[in-house]
Design a protein around this ligand. Structure first.
Ligand code: C5P
Length: 230
């Protein structure tokens, strides 16, 4: 599916707001959006997001805060966060159908809502220890289907689940995929990686890429080089 939003959302994982702004002002003109997560939000809050919007020429932002609570509380959080005018927000699909529907109803403006299925930090033993009987892949597809039933725009998933989710949910569904590494670059702490082109060819709509861009000597050039491969 096509979207006018950037294909790559660059993960800006830093507690230094000046460093964040400097990076954003390099990578957004190169064609990237920006992913800001819990580290940034817990350091700088909504004012920090607004500061980025104001000082970096209103970049497309994926605000990755992964809400999980009772429906009324998540709806309130989504209502407040979507007023910032970010491109994407997310919740945990395991919060259930009612929670996701309440979040969707509360999501204001053009903000799109995604759901996290199973965190990629889980493996089969740890997911069973957490009380889930189905294997990871089955559970991911089940949660992706529930997300679609709730009317959300898509999910965040690992590159290894793209094909199964596309089969279950069709083409009109956003798949935002982290754990991406250009050929030849360091895996860092990511275990199950895929190249940008492989992930897009399998059916990802967006890629979350952090350190291969932010730690490069020239982040803008690194972003352009990746975009060129797609
Ligand atoms: O630097 P790197 O490309 O590994 O950054 C990936 C980003 O995506 C980080 O912000 C990480 O927290 C996030 N993420 C992930 N795996 C998930 C969900 C989010 O790596 N399953």
């Amino acid at each position: 599916m096509s979207t006018t939003l950037p294909t790559i959302f660059c993960a800006i994982d830093t507690p230094d707001i000046d460093h964040a702004k400097n990076l954003i002002n390099q990578i957004v003109p190169a064609g990237c959006g920006v992913k800001l997560g819990l580290e940034f939000f817990n350091s700088f809050g909504p004012d920090g997001i607004q500061d980025i919007i104001d000082s970096c020429n209103n970049p497309p932002i994926f605000l990755d805060l992964k809400y999980y609570d009772i429906p009324n509380t998540v709806a309130g959080a989504v209502r407040a966060a979507s007023k910032l005018g970010v491109a994407y927000l997310n919740v945990h699909a395991s919060g259930g159908l009612d929670m996701m529907k309440a979040a969707k109803d509360a999501c204001a403006g053009d903000t799109k809502l995604l759901a996290v299925t199973i965190l990629t930090s889980f493996d089969e033993p740890s997911i069973q220890a957490a009380g889930y009987q189905a294997g990871i892949q089955d559970r991911v597809v089940q949660l992706a289907t529930l997300t679609q039933e709730a009317g959300l725009n898509g999910i965040v998933c690992s590159s290894h689940e793209i094909e199964a989710i596309r089969m279950a949910c069709g083409n009109n569904f956003v798949l935002m995929v982290p754990g991406i590494r250009p050929a030849g670059s360091s895996a860092d702490d990511q275990k199950r990686i895929m190249t940008p082109k492989e992930a897009i060819d399998k059916g990802a709509t967006h890629l979350v890429i952090g350190r291969p861009i932010t730690k490069a000597d020239n982040p803008a050039q690194a972003a352009k080089d990746i975009i060129q491969t797609l």
